[in-house]
Design a protein around this ligand. Sequence first.
Ligand code: HEC
Length: 108
Amino acid sequence: MFRHLVCLSCLPLLLLGLSTLAAAQSLSPPPDCAQLLTERCESCHYLTRVCQQLGKKSKRRWKRTLKNMARYGARVSPAEQRRLVDCLSRPAPKVVQLCAPPAGKASR
Ligand code: HEC
């Protein structure tokens, strides 16, 4: 009985919470992978370094690489590292595009 009461009074709050969470997320979407790569990874080396490994490293090895980069001084939060591991081990279309500049442009 008590549990019932708690649930009923919680429901509107829960829904409110969920909707504000969704709103907050749409306001600040998770960092875009391609953006992270161009903003945080090119200060020390060309993206070629990253692109050469695209689709070759396992998820675990990307994790290790990103940890190394953070240790070298790359500004990537743990959440951003997870995001990058994801989109590098299963290359996101935007990342593939980033690595394959349109013909005519010098490849880096
Ligand atoms: C503070 C400087 C710095 C930044 C920023 C940096 N790197 Fe590196 N990176 C290095 C150095 C130094 C090496 C060469 C040493 C090595 O191979 O571990 C390297 C090598 C690499 C390599 C090739 C070696 C390997 O382990 O496969 C990859 C891939 C790589 N970096 C990915 C990234 C990514 C992705 C980012 C962005 C999150 C990044 N790096 C940002 C310094 C940096």
